[in-house]
Design a binder for this molecule. Structure first.
Ligand code: ATP
Ligand code: MG
Length: 364
């Protein structure tokens, strides 16, 4: 049996808490498979043979412990058995920590002292150290039920997936956008990942990479299905117009604005409430305040950029942790439409002039 702790669910009003809790229970079931789940005053109990690695990844799970259960009148006996199984005699010092919910004729501290004395009697070479023990035995008493454990495994934390509605992510498969999407998932948003296929300026290697990265995030959200939308035709036509106007340095801005429009259209179709991108201020020449201002103008939904203040190394650290990094650095053809010197100071008036020319065909 596993005792699962969650945090932020706790801070909310009753109806919100119930909504979040049921999302969390559903997500745990979906992640770990066949199991029995029960909730009780700030805790979730999962019964069954499960893979703890899967439980760790469920958003909203702060920590969990594999535990043994008994009734209050069996506690003494089970604590000693548990200590034997946990090889408590390998430690020099120990502490018993007791938490209690319900009405009892003893305090948590009294029960901890009582159990500590019992353990000392069984293992006389041990010493009690309440400050820095080598071994801790935790006991949670809830009315007549007791749960004993000795390890606390950290989970990913955050808010249960689905508790916050949906967002469209512009998902390229590079290092940044998967991390950006994951961070919003961690705050409870279900993600619809959209990949704009720039072929013939990229090829199947780029598509294979993004598909492979999406597969990793499917471990966090089972219906994380990549939408691949052709974008190469627009880019070809935009390049023609830009080249005629000697404005090749605007290629990436025009391309990105059209990506934002496509993302917005998908979001409106799906009832999603915004768009997520992996942009980070100043990371590449094109991600300047001036350029982001011009990009935002193309999209009337909020654009969320969770990486905006991150250093590349911070993003890479998260990418490694969530398992997307290795796939994001797979060899893939980079976009051949990128000009020699993309502008860092795009001007909206100039962009609008070019788009007016492209407008009819592409809905700019
Ligand atoms: P990433 O590491 O996410 O690829 P990047 O550092 O390469 O980002 P850009 O290429 O400027 O930066 O892209 C900025 C953002 O635009 C990406 O994080 C992603 O959200 C979006 N984006 C870029 N290319 C595509 C694409 N082909 N399909 C969908 N979204 C894209
Ligand atoms: Mg990229």
């Amino acid at each position: 049996m596993y005792l699962v702790r969650y945090s932020e669910v706790f801070l909310k009003s009753e109806p919100v808490r119930r909504h979040w809790e049921s999302a969390l229970v559903k997500n745990i079931k979906r992640a770990v498979g066949d199991c029995k789940i029960r909730t009780d005053r700030g805790r979730i109990w999962v019964e069954g043979v499960i893979n703890p690695e899967k439980l760790k990844k469920v958003f909203g799970v702060v920590s969990f412990s594999e535990c043994e259960h008994c009734k209050l009148d069996e506690l003494e006996k089970l604590v000693i058995e548990f200590c034997k199984k946990a090889k408590i005699e390998h430690a020099r010092t120990f502490a018993v920590r007791v938490k209690r919910v319900g009405t009892h004729d003893f305090t948590s501290q009294q029960k901890a002292a009582e159990l500590g004395a019992l353990i000392l009697k069984e293992f006389p070479r041990l010493k009690v150290d309440l400050k820095k023990p080598e071994k801790e035995i935790f006991v949670e008493i809830r009315d007549d039920d007791c749960y004993i454990f000795d390890k606390v495994i950290q989970g990913v934390g955050g808010i249960p997936l689905g508790a916050q509605g949906r967002l469209v992510a512009l998902f390229s498969g590079g290092i940044d956008s998967p991390v950006a999407a994951w961070l919003m998932m961690k705050r409870g948003c279900e993600i619809i990942p959209v990949y704009l296929d720039n072929s013939p300026f990229t090829d199947h290697t780029t598509l294979k990479r993004v598909e492979s990265v999406a597969e990793v995030l499917r471990g966090c959200q089972p219906d994380f299905e990549l939408r691949v939308i052709p974008h190469g035709d627009f880019l070809l036509r935009a390049k023609e117009v830009l080249s005629r106007r000697k404005m090749e340095n605007y290629t990436c801005i025009l391309c990105k604005r059209q990506m934002y429009r496509t993302a917005e259209a998908v979001a409106r179709e799906e009832g999603a409430k915004g768009v997520v991108t992996g942009e980070s201020l100043g990371q590449v020449a094109s991600q300047t305040l001036e350029n982001l201002l011009v990009l935002d103008e193309a999209c009337s939904l909020p654009v969320y950029r969770p990486l905006i203040g991150f250093d590349k190394l911070e993003t890479e650290r998260i990418a490694r942790e969530i398992g997307t990094y290795e796939r994001s650095i797979l060899p893939a053809k980079s976009c051949e439409a990128v000009p020699k010197k993309p502008t860092t100071k795009a001007k909206l008036e100039k962009v609008l002039e070019v788009e007016a020319e492209l407008g009819e065909e592409y809905g700019c």
